[in-house]
Design a protein around this ligand. Structure first.
Ligand code: IPD
Ligand code: CA
Length: 267
């Protein structure tokens, strides 16, 4: 293992440890009942107190272990990096599922270099913990993607059509466009899933549980960890509309990724 791979591996172990730890209070708080602390752009975008508490836990722990690193979290904004490493964190990805008592949500933590600006960073390590599902996905640059101790690979044979996942942002004014995009993509799909967590969708692409994924309008913390998972599982991931801070993310095995890109690039 090269020294860069070794360093990435250590970041991954830290990310995994913290993601696992952070999953506990998320689950405990949910069991105790969620109270809605605030709403963001629209009513559908529910921000729970748990979100904030879990992010504070992750941020504090990272600060203790690696005080010079930068931090970008969904709830607490960006902090500068003195080491070149920045952590991009979604404390609870899938907050609507969380608020409704659905089990598909996860803690998503990525370590990147190159800053946290979309399209500029180079991911080093990632962890996505889905506490209710009891699963921990991890990846380190150059050392593969893993579900617990099983190495992951994306699918390659989709002759019967691709099982795709996508998501719809919380802004109702974008839904018509998203539905048109769906119509364009359907010819290559055997079926479509909408799980409610981009981090878990991308982890599932890495695990071969989905053949492909696309979504417009994601934030860095939604996909930073999952993107590395897909790449380290042998898949491809690209961003379209990179002039926007919230691009379209396309992920899958080589063939599905190419077919999705051909459709989405011309939409
Ligand atoms: C959301 C989830 C969802 C995706 C949305 C994201 P949040 O993140 O990842 O699957 O469709 O675009 O905003 O709000 O649950 O952290
Ligand atoms: Ca999210």
């Amino acid at each position: 293992m090269s020294s860069a791979e070794n360093a990435a591996q250590q970041l991954k172990e830290l990310a995994a440890d913290i993601a696992r730890e952070a999953g506990d209070p998320a689950q405990r708080r949910r069991a105790a009942g969620v109270s809605l602390a605030a709403t963001k752009s629209t009513l559908a975008d529910i921000v729970t107190e748990a979100d904030r508490e879990v992010e504070a836990l992750i941020r504090d722990r990272l600060h203790r272990e690696r005080p010079g690193d930068g931090f970008l979290g969904e709830e607490s904004g960006a902090g500068e990096s003195a080491t070149g490493v920045t952590w991009i964190v979604d404390p609870i990805d899938g907050t609507v599922n969380y608020a409704y008592g659905l089990p598909v949500y996860g803690v998503s933590i990525a370590a990147v270099e190159g800053g946290a600006e979309v399209g500029r960073w180079h991911a080093l390590a990632a962890a996505v913990c889905a506490p209710v599902l009891g699963e921990l996905f991890t990846a380190a640059r150059g050392s593969g993607a893993w579900l617990d101790s099983t190495r992951l690979s994306v699918t390659s044979d989709t002759t019967a059509g691709a099982l795709l996942a996508t998501g719809f942002g919380y802004d109702p004014s974008t839904h018509d466009g998203d539905l048109q995009t769906m119509r364009q993509v359907m010819p290559i799909a055997r079926d479509v899933r909408r799980s409610g967590s981009a981090a878990i969708d991308l982890s599932y692409v890495a695990a071969g549980r989905l053949d492909g994924y696309f979504e417009r309008g994601l934030q860095p913390w939604d996909f930073a960890a999952g993107a590395l998972m897909v790449e380290e599982a042998g898949g491809a991931l690209t961003l379209l509309d990179t002039a926007s801070a919230r691009p379209m993310v396309i992920a899958g095995g080589a063939d599905v990724h190419a077919r999705l890109t051909a459709i989405l690039d011309n939409r």
